[in-house]
Write a protein that binds this ligand. Structure first.
Ligand SMILES: [Zn+2]
Length: 299
């Protein structure tokens, strides 16, 4: 997903008249990028629920490993096939909850900035945007069993939130504040530090728990919900070590300032050894749920 790689692939796409994004988040973003650069019609056919990219008009690409959202592509249609979604690995679908629960910590960051008088002038706090995000995230939290089971109801809870998270970024004037915050910043920082290509929702959910702890809001409730749905947030499940996580968290305050990310809890919170130990204890408690997850897969 490096932008330079996508650019160098453009000449191979020339004979075609439309682009179909068939696959997971990277396929969806690649299709958007090609459709935008070549002026082609776009159809999106996500085969998993790993991210909300199918509803966003901009393509998430990397410039030297940092995520940038570029371009403009709106699909003719977005297709979901319950049977195909059902055949995707459950872990990948479950990880989609990261792009839903991020509304909690995103809004909390925005409210924090508002209390501090530090909202960006172009993005003043907007209760309407914030409360709609929270309503969708609460609905998913209430429906966590249906999401774990990936029933049509559970899939629809995720898709309803994706529609909002993906499309309201533009609808709100490219304002990301009601849809992401510290939890995505942790993901960006982890990726920038390690170069690992994560299953998006896993690292976002780790950031969600860390962010909720920073805010001292509902961290245990969200940790339990993430574990019950079946998202593995242990560093080792993502190819990380605790040293990677600790170093990333310790450097988070500098990272969000260096990259001029929207002001939030990460700009101020003093991460120390006690916080890192508490985060680790919290993640370890999630491991208790992994045994039943493995049983679901017949292992
Ligand atoms: Zn995301």
């Amino acid at each position: 997903m490096e932008r330079a790689d996508l650019e160098s692939a453009l000449p191979q796409i020339q004979p075609f008249v439309s682009v179909i994004g068939l696959g997971g988040g990277q396929a969806i973003d690649t299709a958007k990028y090609f459709a935008w650069r070549l002026g082609l019609k776009l159809h999106q056919f996500p085969t998993s629920l790993s991210v909300d990219a199918m509803y966003g008009q901009r393509s998430g690409v990397r410039d030297n490993q940092i995520v940038r959202y570029v371009g403009w592509a709106t699909p003719e249609c977005i297709y979901f096939d319950y049977g195909i979604l059902d055949s995707a690995p459950k872990d990948i679908n479950h990880a989609g909850i990261g792009d839903v629960f991020c509304f909690f910590t995103g809004v909390w960051d925005w409210q924090y900035a508002n209390r501090k008088g530090r909202c960006e002038p172009r993005w003043p706090y907007n209760e309407g945007l914030a409360s709609h995000s929270l309503k969708l995230a609460e609905a998913a939290l209430q429906g966590k069993q249906a999401i774990k089971d990936l029933t049509p109801e559970g899939i629809n809870l995720i898709i309803d939130a994706f529609k909002w998270g993906g499309a309201s970024y533009h609808g709100a004037g490219w304002c990301p504040r009601h849809i992401e915050g510290v939890e995505h910043f942790v993901f960006y920082a982890l990726e920038a530090r390690t170069g690992i290509k994560f299953l998006h929702g896993q690292s976002v959910c780790l950031g969600l728990i860390a962010g909720a702890m920073m805010h001292s809001r509902r961290a245990e409730e969200l940790r339990e919900a993430v574990a019950q749905i079946g998202v593995d947030i242990r560093p080792e499940s993502m190819g990380l070590t605790w040293e990677d996580v600790d170093a990333t968290m310790l450097g988070l305050r500098d990272f969000v300032r260096e990259y001029n990310l929207p002001y939030g809890i990460a700009h101020d919170f003093p991460v120390d050894r006690a916080f890192l130990d508490e985060l680790r204890r919290s993640v370890d408690r999630s491991s208790e749920h992994l045994s039943f997850k493995e049983n679901d897969k017949g292992i």
